[in-house]
Design a protein around this ligand. Structure first.
Ligand SMILES: Cc1cc2nc3c(=O)[nH]c(=O)nc-3n(C[C@H](O)[C@H](O)[C@H](O)COP(=O)(O)OP(=O)(O)OC[C@H]3O[C@@H](n4cnc5c(N)ncnc54)[C@H](O)[C@@H]3O)c2cc1C
Length: 345
């Protein structure tokens, strides 16, 4: 059953007999893509695309880039490692793929971005103001000696607004060459998909490498701090079998979380607490087993993109917050899911 933000799915069996034979059904036209064949200028939107997916913040950066490109006939270039999703649907006219390995070597990534900027001469380069994007933006600004506005909170083709002096003042300026966008300050692109045709990557040239090796460390999801986890599965007061819960987290490759009631009872460590007095998540997905969804708990889901909930009470606030709700006993759903995963399903 689906409840929450989207309409419930239903089968509509009316008029089944009236359906014409397959041969008479006109083939659906291929979805049309917006093509900007000869752009007046380019706007770069730089994304880390962790795990091959654009984060919500990065889709907002693409939305802001469209606001700079559309009024003057410009095109948006998504600069990212290879993606597992449709960059055109997120608003990219062009795709400039950079080697994923450079993500861990910021010196090399900065050199590559500088080479791309020299080759394609974008009007603006936009970043997400977060740990990775903010760092890269500052390095590029220093390398190019280019003007940079950090943590922009409102952006149009004429003006960028960013806070300064510890938020006691506001700076309004014509959008400079480099900008980093604060989270939740621009809408992502909606509407027809764009072309997302590939651009040739620039030659990296010789990079002076201060870093000798750069590679991801092998850590299990359980070791990842909650605030940095991509997938969090959490247990509430409705869960009693915590050994089974932790086995399920491990099978899903998820970082375990919990409600405060569970941490207060000592069934899970305090570090696992999700919520206002615990950790605020930045995950792609969150699954709640037997959690009511008290306001203090929901505050911890501020930046989560997809929420699923398992609860016996259809009226639980957690169910209302979830995109996918399973109204069922967690004691039945958890072992069934674990059995499926262990069977390779
Ligand atoms: C100042 C303050 C700060 C707080 N900060 C936090 C915080 O950071 N994080 C936090 O989580 N809470 C916090 N709380 C506590 C919060 O108000 C709630 O008390 C708490 O979140 C409730 O936890 P729960 O949903 O696990 O438990 P409950 O409220 O007991 O809810 C259990 C849920 O599980 C469902 N259920 C029961 N059995 C089953 C089953 N077998 N299968 C499926 N579903 C089942 C029930 O229908 C119910 O919805 C704070 C409170 C205060 C006052």
């Amino acid at each position: 059953m689906r409840v929450g933000q989207r309409p419930r799915m239903r089968l509509d069996r009316r008029g089944v007999e009236a359906v014409p034979p397959a041969a008479m059904v006109a083939a659906e036209p291929a979805p049309r893509r917006r093509v900007v064949a000869e752009p007046a200028y380019l706007i770069f939107a730089v994304a880390e695309a962790e795990g091959g997916r654009l984060s919500r913040h990065e889709r907002q950066v693409l939305g802001a880039a469209r606001r700079l490109a559309d009024p003057g006939g410009g095109a948006v270039v998504l600069v990212a490692p290879s993606l597992a999703e449709d960059a055109g649907a997120a608003g990219a006219d062009r795709l400039l793929s950079l080697a994923a390995a450079e993500r861990y070597d910021l010196e090399a990534a900065t050199a590559l971005l500088a080479a791309a900027a020299a080759r394609y001469s974008p009007r603006h380069v936009l970043f997400a103001e977060n740990e990775g994007g903010g760092d890269l933006a500052r390095r590029l600004a220093a390398r190019l000696g280019a003007p940079f506005a950090a943590g922009v909170e409102a952006l149009s083709a004429r003006e960028a607004v960013c806070p300064c002096r510890a938020r006691r003042a506001e700076l309004r300026l014509a959008p400079p060459f480099l900008l980093s966008l604060a989270p939740d300050r621009a809408a992502p692109h909606v509407g027809p998909a764009h072309e997302a045709s590939p651009l040739d990557p620039p030659a990296a040239g010789a990079v002076r490498r201060g870093i000798l090796t750069a590679a991801p460390l092998p850590v299990t999801a359980a070791e990842v701090p909650l605030a940095e986890a991509g997938l969090v599965v959490a247990a509430g007061n409705g869960v009693k079998d915590f050994a089974g819960f932790l086995r399920l987290c491990s099978a899903l490759g998820a970082t375990p979380g919990a409600s405060r009631v569970v941490c207060d009872a000592g069934a899970m460590p305090r570090a696992a607490q999700v919520g206002a007095s615990g950790t605020v998540l930045d995950a792609l997905a969150y699954v709640a087993f037997g959690i009511a969804g008290a306001p203090q708990h929901l505050q911890g889901l501020g930046r989560v993109e997809h929420v699923a909930a398992v609860n016996t009470d259809i009226h639980a606030a957690m169910i209302a917050r979830a995109e996918l709700a399973i109204v069922q006993d967690a004691r039945r759903v958890m072992p069934a899911l674990l059995a499926l995963l262990e069977a390779g399903g």
